[in-house]
Each structure stands twice: as C-alpha cells, then as structure tokens.
Design a protein around this ligand. Structure first.
Ligand code: NSP
Length: 242
C-alpha cells in the first residue's frame, strides 16, 4: 500500500461498496448464528450460569492478550508510522478499556477479576489464537481480515441489543452491552474496516481470497468461542479401561 492511499484510508467511514461491506453481506448468516447462540442469549436475558461466565472471562483474557500480540505482528508489518500509531492506539484500547466488560462479568459472578484468570487455554481459544497468529505470517491484509470479526461481531451485537431491547442499568450485564454497543466502541470496527478496505483494494485476487477465508474462519471461531464457554470446554480425556 502506498503512503498516499494510507492517507486516505485512515479515519474515514467504511463505504457500502467496499470489500468489508461485501464480507458482511456474504457472511451475514454467521453473524446471525453468533447472535442466536445460547451464551449470547443468556447475556441478553441475564440468565447465564455464573460458571459459564467465569469460564468465558478466563479464556477471553488470554484471547485478548494474544490479540495484542497480533498487533505486535501488525506493527512489524507496518509500512509507516501512521500504521504504527494505529496499532499503538488499538493496543491501548484493549489494555485500558476492554477490561471493563470482564469486570462487569466478574461482578455478576461475585468473583474478583484477579481470581477469574486462568493459564491454560481451552482447545477452541487456542485454535482461534493459532489462526490469528498464522494470518500474521501472511500479509497485513490477511492479518487484519482475521482480526476484524472480533470487534465487528461484538459491536454489531451490542448496537443491535441496545436498539432493540433498550436495557437499563438494572440489567445484570448492562455495562457489558453498553461497552460494546456504544458508538465509541463501534468506531473501532469502522476504523478497522476502512483499513481492510484499503488493503483489499491494493491486493491481488489471490490475497483478497485469503483475506476472505481468514475473515470467514474468524467468524466461525467467534461462534465457537461462545460454544466453548457455554459447554465449559476443556481438554477432556476419554475414560481409560481399568
Ligand atoms: C473472542 C472475542 N471476540 C471478540 C471480542 C471483542 N473484542 C472479545 N472480547 N473476545
């Protein structure tokens, strides 16, 4: 990508005819599946079992740590300082702001944030992380396409729930929905979409196809991440004969 096109892709709104708009249309069914998953339904109606919430928080903290490492890969692939500024600011958002939804969940479960942390990754969280890290060994476009469903699915669901249900502060997960559903957090998705659109414009057909596959796989992983928390997924061993 040239620095001239970098200039035009920072800070704008994603276009309706851009690459990511097409991704959103072609993979809309995955967003719906994400929305309908019982874990997210439980976040909507406030009935989630506390142990599922805590399983999610422990795994998600590790996931976001790995996501930050992917920003490090992005930093290494950055063609100029504007891109570096993007990764720097995005990392600060995760480190300083995105701990808030986890605190909301820990309050719900009545457990201190520090006590909700785990070291061992569940299979699905590990697989999602491996997928993002592999994308970081491809190109900046493939990396960012793999990273895009993370903010996009959550901010899309957050805005939808706030608009449809208008939850109040008495809702047990109000702070979680409020965080992901506000326009400020939605801006994270918009900025990333603009960057991916710019990279896709400059990419050849083969790279664009890898970008789409990386995006689609991450959408699947987002749904599986709910499933991991819902089923308390671990590394089970089959019972061995005595
Ligand atoms: C797995 C996952 N995906 C997305 C988000 C929202 N950034 C998150 N916290 N965790």
């Amino acid at each position: 990508m040239t620095s001239a096109s970098t200039e035009t892709t920072f800070g704008a709104e994603p276009g309706e005819a851009g690459f990511t708009a097409g991704l959103g249309k072609r993979h809309a069914h995955l967003f719906e599946e994400f929305w309908e998953h019982p874990f997210l339904a439980g976040l909507r109606d406030g009935t989630l079992a506390k142990e599922k919430v805590l399983h999610y928080v422990g795994q998600d903290n590790q996931y976001l740590t790995a996501y930050l490492r992917c920003y490090g890969l992005g930093m290494a692939l950055s063609p100029d300082r504007r891109w570096m500024r993007h990764f720097h600011d995005s990392a600060a958002f995760i480190l300083d702001d995105e701990t808030h939804p986890h605190h909301v969940m820990c309050d719900y479960a009545g457990v201190a944030y520090e006590d909700a942390q785990v070291e061992r990754l569940a299979p699905t969280a590990q697989a999602y992380i491996n997928h993002m890290m592999a994308a970081g060994r491809d190109s900046l476009g493939v990396l960012l396409a793999a990273l895009l469903p993370c903010p996009w699915t959550y901010t899309w669901a957050g805005a939808r729930f706030l608009a449809e249900a208008r939850p109040g502060p008495e809702h047990p997960f109000y702070g979680w929905w409020e965080f992901y559903g506000t326009r400020a957090t939605g801006g994270v998705t918009d900025r990333l979409r603009v960057l991916v659109d710019g990279l896709a414009e400059d990419a050849g057909a083969a790279e664009r196809a890898r970008m789409e596959r990386a995006f689609e796989d991450s959408c699947h992983y987002e749904i599986r991440f709910w499933e991991m928390a819902w089923t308390l997924e671990d590394w089970p061993l089959r019972p061995r004969p005595a």
